[in-house]
Design a protein. Sequence first.
Length: 257
Amino acid sequence: MKVTLTNEKALALSTQDMANMIVALAEQSGKNAGTALEDYASARGDGLAREVLRQTDPLVLAKILGEHDYTIPSIASWLITPEILRDVIEIQPIHWETSIREDPDAASQYALEFFTYIFGREDDADQLAELMEIISHSDSGIMYLHLALYGLEIMHTANAEARSETEDTEDGLYGYDPGADQAYAEAPEPGSREYLYHLINGQHPTLAKILADAIKSRKSIFGLADEVFANAQNKLEQRVTGLQPGESLDDFFAPLD
C-alpha cells in the first residue's frame, strides 16, 4: 500500500491519526511509512512529526529504520529522541529475515550497516553523544553493537579510550595507539567495522572501551547472533506483557496435570 500524502491530507490529520497511518503503511513497507512521515513533516513541521514518532510503537519504528540506510535515509533517524531510538535498537533484530537469522555473518553485516546508518549522522553531535551514553547502559544495545563490530581487531592500548583533548592528530582523536599498526594511520573506509568503531570512539570513548572489552572476549559469532535475536524477543515480550527481565510467558501458565 503506497500513499502519497499531500499537504491537504497532512493538514487534516492529527498526530495520532498520522501515527495510525504509519503503522498501517509499515505493515507493507517501512520505506513507504518513512516517506509518508517525511511528507507529514514537510507539511506540518518537525515538531509535530516528532510527536508522531512518540505515539508510534518502537517495533514499527524499528522496521522503518531497518529498511533504510545512509543512501536512502529516513527522516525518523534524526527526529527520533535518543531514548526512543534506544528502544528501537534493542528490539530491531526481531525484524531480521529468516536468511539473516540463519547466517551469523549476514546478521553481523546487517548490524554493521544498521549502526553505521544510525551513528553516521554528523548534524547533531550532542544528540549522538546522548544516544551513545544511553546505549552504554543497555546490555542489549551493547550486544547488538558487538555483533556489528564482530571480527574487528582492537589494536589500541588498554587506556587508549582516555583521549587527550590537546592532541589534534587523527590517531589522538580516535584514541588509537599511534604505534599499534600502520594500517590505522589513514582514515578507515566508510562502512567498515573500523569506521564504525571510529565513529563511536570519537563521540563516546567509554562505550568504545566497553565494546573493545567485549570484542576481546572472542565470543562465538553463532552464539552472539542467537543471543542478540533472543534479547530482542525478550524485549518485545516485556513491552507486550509487562514481563520483567528473567521472567517468561511460561511463568503465567500452570503446568497441565
